[in-house]
Design a protein around this ligand. Sequence first.
Ligand code: ADE
Ligand code: ZN
Length: 325
Amino acid sequence: GRLAAAVQAMPKTELHVHIEGTLEPGLALQFAARNDVELPWTSLDALSAQYEFTDLQSFLDLYYRLMGTLRHAQDFHDLMLSYLRRAAQDGVRHAEIFFDPQVHLANGIPYDTVLDGLHAGLREGEERYGVSGALILCIVRDLPLQDAERMLDLAVPRADEVLGIGLDSAEVGHPPKLFEHVFERAGDLGWHRVAHAGEEAGIDYMQQALDLLHVERIDHGAHALDDAAMMRRLAEERVPVTRCPLSNIRLHVVKDAEGLRIRDFLDAGVITTVNSDDPAYFGGYLTDNYLALVQAGCTLYDLARLGEMSIQASFLDQGRKAALL
Ligand code: ADE
Ligand code: ZN
């Protein structure tokens, strides 16, 4: 409709999307077939029936299972290209994209294979669709700490091909403070630092991410509203939050779009952005995530401000930001 067209036309970036979370069920079945990977579901109907989630872990179980269909650089290339094509339709001008190399390593896929494929996809996507992109290497927080340190060792020779470090996967019981040294090393590489915090865990995890990991953005931060001091801190220190409406709803972090309380973030002066997280799993890409906010009382003007903030909150240089705004 007209509202969707208006949202698509707004200049914006996407700052919280996992490339593996853009793996559509149909594409996963194609990769499984061409790579001889066995899945418990052989038809699109059978697989598509698996997308009712009760919490973060129930989603992660399927997400990690389907990740096993990615075997070759060409798979990563195809996946990236299909995301960038879809992002371009939604008017995304630039994307800072998470990937989970520790999981691919555990599946026997060398880091170079993953990075080669994703970069080939980024180059072709920028050429074809005009969307620029960069990679944020996510540490999988429920794997052993030594695994994270080893991941960083592997990433050092090609450090300039990565924009930043992130922290994802099962949050509760895996607090940011465990990764202080890993993030310090990432900072020494010149990488930007972000972390998922306050998705299922409380604001103490957000505090740790800020104080110990020195993150420049908080991914999700849905629980910041539990604490007025945290909201003031995010606003004063100008730390953006990357909110993911459909993700929070589908994983029962909030009850409904109202529960996201995006207007309260805006009113508190927090730099707030809208993102799709894992669009192949949560029922919508970026425009759908903006439109979900309309039900919760956001006006078209609010959506345009959120789009502008997504440009401000990106790691683009000032010149490129100005050109997009
Ligand atoms: N990995 C992919 N999506 C995630 C999310 N929403 N939270 C934590 N880890 C993730
Ligand atoms: Zn995420």
